[in-house]
Design a protein. Sequence first.
Length: 82
Amino acid sequence: MKFFLVIWICSAINQTCLPPIQLGTQEDYKTCLINGYEFSKETVIQEENETLQNDLLHVKFICYYTKDMKDEKNNQKKDTKT
């Protein structure tokens, strides 16, 4: 199973988010979660403290399930053999 990582940087003060950042396909759910948290941590560390505090910035992310075309073809081959 593959997962697609999408991240938003949001402001609680403005109640808005920047356009989503797509970080691509992740090998599995755990890897997707780890990469989402690592991106979030790095974003908070790199952001200026004043901006972070004034806008109450936060990062949110989601791991969307995506079908891998190779896996789907392999499953179809298996189905035809049975």
